[in-house]
Design a protein around this ligand. Structure first.
Ligand code: ATP
Ligand code: MG
Length: 258
């Protein structure tokens, strides 16, 4: 692996819970993510995937261990390295238009005023939302709202893009359309993507590497490299025998652990 962009070492995270006392979510988890890699994380519900992403994003503090991004453990905000996040469901500001939502993301990232309008337009267009700039989130479909979230994340031209089940709530057709955009845009960028998904097929179609996590406290159950060719044409990949072989290998590993 080339030099890791994100290095998680012996991460420990526990939560105090009302019913179960101390809940151990991460107990010495170590994973490295190479620069420019697209990695999908799979794992049972409640195992700690969102906790892990939040810790990488600097929004959750570890109890022990460390997460180094670009070789440093300093908080990410204000650093030269740009990190963006896309959540499972709407994280848009309902009182702002699509354009204003993307511009807000640029503002928070410190992009100068005169550049924000142009960049927001460019990225809304890139995700297929030209003509919807002035729409409010409530006037858009769920798939369109996820596209706005994606435009907001991509507009800051992130070095690291963290996505927590970003397409989980979408219907199959909309999901495929957005997945295609993500792959196309990512292949043209230099970003590292860490994406949580419940969908084995989606993981194989998109990622360079799939990491399967265990139940809590979560560790790496196994990982597999997806050596399907790039650039990936998702219209073709879902019909490619190599894709189906990889998906069934993963299902095998999932259903017959060890
Ligand atoms: N702030 C918190 N306080 C207490 N417990 C928490 C907190 N955040 C998460 N947890 C617990 O930590 C565990 C892991 O949660 P997390 O959201 O990381 O799971 P997940 O793998 O993302 O699950 P899912 O696939 O359902 O989204 C869960 O048992 C959850 O109840
Ligand atoms: Mg989660």
């Amino acid at each position: 692996m080339s030099e890791p962009l994100v290095q998680i070492e012996n991460a420990v995270k526990r939560f105090k819970t009302p019913a179960k006392g101390i809940l151990s979510v991460l107990d010495g988890l170590s994973i490295a993510f190479a620069k420019g890699e697209f990695v999908c994380l799979l794992g049972p519900s409640g195992c700690g995937k969102s906790t892990l992403l939040n810790a990488i994003a600097g929004q959750e503090r570890l109890d022990a261990g460390e997460i180094r991004i670009g070789g440093t453990t300093k908080p990410i905000a204000g650093e030269s390295l740009r990190v963006a996040m896309v959540w499972q469901s709407d994280s848009l500001l309902p009182w702002k238009t699509a354009q204003a939502n993307v511009e807000f993301s640029l503002l928070v990232s410190g992009i100068k005023g005169n550049q924000r309008q142009q960049r927001a337009l460019k990225w809304l267009q890139a995700v297929g939302l030209q003509g919807f700039e002035a729409y409010y989130p409530a006037q858009l479909s769920e798939g369109m709202r996820q596209r706005v979230s994606l435009a907001a994340a991509l507009s800051i031209e992130p070095d690291l893009l963290l996505m927590d089940e970003p397409f989980g709530a979408l219907d199959v057709y909309t999901k495929l359309q957005i997945e295609k955009e993500v792959v196309r845009l990512w292949e043209a960028m230099d970003a590292t993507i860490i994406m949580v998904t419940h969908d084995v097929q989606e993981a194989v179609a998109l990622a360079d590497r799939v990491i399967m996590l265990t139940a809590r406290p979560t560790t790496v159950a196994f990982e597999t490299r997806i050596d399907l060719p790039r650039p990936r044409d998702l219209d073709r990949i879902y019909g490619d025998p190599r894709f189906h072989t990889k998906v069934s290998e993963l299902w095998q590993a999932l259903t017959n652990p060890g």
